[in-house]
Design a protein around this ligand. Structure first.
Ligand SMILES: Nc1ncnc2c1ncn2[C@@H]1O[C@H](COP(=O)(O)OP(=O)(O)OP(=O)(O)O)[C@@H](O)[C@H]1O
Length: 362
């Protein structure tokens, strides 16, 4: 049992992602100061998934468009926080998604240096790695061009070359192999298989079932924010194909009704539903907590606002050198330019004035 626990590289416990569907950017800022989030439409992109993955396993993420695959890969990579749930990752992660983290204005070489510096490499280490990364990306003269001039396949090559040279413990690949040509695809697959042999963990998001079959041992089938199935690759892929065949046979109206119903469930999913899920899966209450500041309760928000006002008040007192007592006696003094000296300070300043008078006048 202990051995098994040590071997676990990634553990997701009831992970959710709730998106706020703001109409305008300004609504997002306004919401920070609102005590209730009730009037903002919500959408649960991920509705509480739990999974344990071991070292050396390659996990495929499959599912129709909008089922939550990229949301999970972004949470795993730390690009976005989960709304609730626990995530344990034993080691470093690196994500390869088309263009993820690449700065369009910088050249290929500049992007390599920037991403490596951000990952904690020294300039000497980067100099040692640079030729290998450039050779893996195989972009010719384009390596000196700004990334904004790259095709999606070229961005994917650069992203892949950088990520595999970071030597991460957990490699997340989000559709990045779908845009490369056959030669590059084979080079990437070989490197992924090498990683697996070294005991690294791979998460592989793809719509291509042949790619999933080449790379993955196990598969997570995502369906409208739920993990519909997690298990051996062959079995889950077969069930997914059966679903796709069934879905294709539906009429346009039936397809629409099916999608509308699941989307409704994603909009109306509630904390009570999540609590029930936690209970059913044997989790305790702590798994219902999350890191998101936007989801603070009304009381917490009030306390944060009160603390901020107090901080500003005492900060102003400190900067303007006014005493708490004098402001309580006359609050208008807080905004006046008059300097109110605390009594002890006033006494000592009177003493020193008297001393100066004695010194000068004898
Ligand atoms: N920033 C966001 N704000 C609101 N909703 C979002 C946001 N990002 C994703 N979503 C919604 O969450 C759901 C899951 O999206 P996600 O991109 O994870 O799906 P996916 O399975 O990767 O889709 P695809 O196969 O099309 O790439 C979708 O319904 C999507 O519309």
């Amino acid at each position: 049992m202990n051995q098994n626990r040590q071997d676990i590289k990634v553990r997701l416990s009831l992970i959710t992602k709730e998106y706020d569907l703001y109409k305008r950017k300004s609504d997002k800022i306004k919401a920070l100061f609102r005590f209730s989030q009730k009037n903002i439409p919500h959408f649960w992109g991920v509705k509480g998934i739990s999974v344990e993955v071991k070292s050396g396993e390659a996990i495929g993420l499959i599912g129709i468009n909008g089922s939550g695959k990229s949301t999970i890969s972004n949470i795993l990579a730390g690009i976005i926080p989960q709304t609730t749930g626990d995530m344990m990752i034993n080691g470093e992660t690196s994500i390869i998604a088309i263009g993820a983290g690449l700065k369009p204005q910088l050249t290929g070489i500049e992007n390599i240096r920037l991403k490596c510096l951000m990952s904690g490499f020294t300039n000497e280490q980067i100099d040692d790695l640079m030729d290998d990364i450039i050779s893996f990306a195989d972009l010719g003269d384009f390596i000196d061009q700004p990334v904004k001039n790259y095709s999606s396949g070229m961005r994917s090559r650069l992203g892949f070359a950088i990520a595999v040279h970071h030597n991460p413990d957990v490699l997340i690949i989000d559709e990045a192999l779908s845009v490369g040509d056959d030669t590059f695809y084979q080079k990437c697959v070989d490197r992924i298989l090498e990683f697996k042999e070294q005991g690294k963990t791979i998460f592989f998001v793809s719509h291509s079932l042949p790619q999933i079959k080449t790379v993955c041992d196990k598969v997570i089938w995502m369906h409208y924010g739920e993990m519909r199935e997690f298990g051996e690759m062959e079995e889950v892929v077969a069930h997914y194909q059966e679903f796709i065949q069934w879905f294709r046979k539906l009429s346009a109206k039936e397809k629409q009704e099916y999608q509308d119903e699941y989307k409704r469930q994603q909009r109306e999913f509630s904390e009570e539903d999540l609590r029930a899920k936690a209970l059913a899966q044997g989790f305790d209450e702590s798994v219902l907590q999350g890191p998101s500041i936007g989801k603070m309760s009304g009381l917490t928000k009030m306390m944060v606002v009160a603390a901020t006002i107090l901080l500003m008040f005492f900060g102003t007192l400190h900067v303007t050198n006014k005493s708490f007592k004098s402001i309580i006696q006359n609050p208008a003094r807080l905004f006046s330019s008059e300097h109110v000296m605390p009594s002890a300070e006033r006494a000592s300043s009177l003493d020193s004035a008297a001393d100066r008078y004695t010194l000068w006048n004898g």
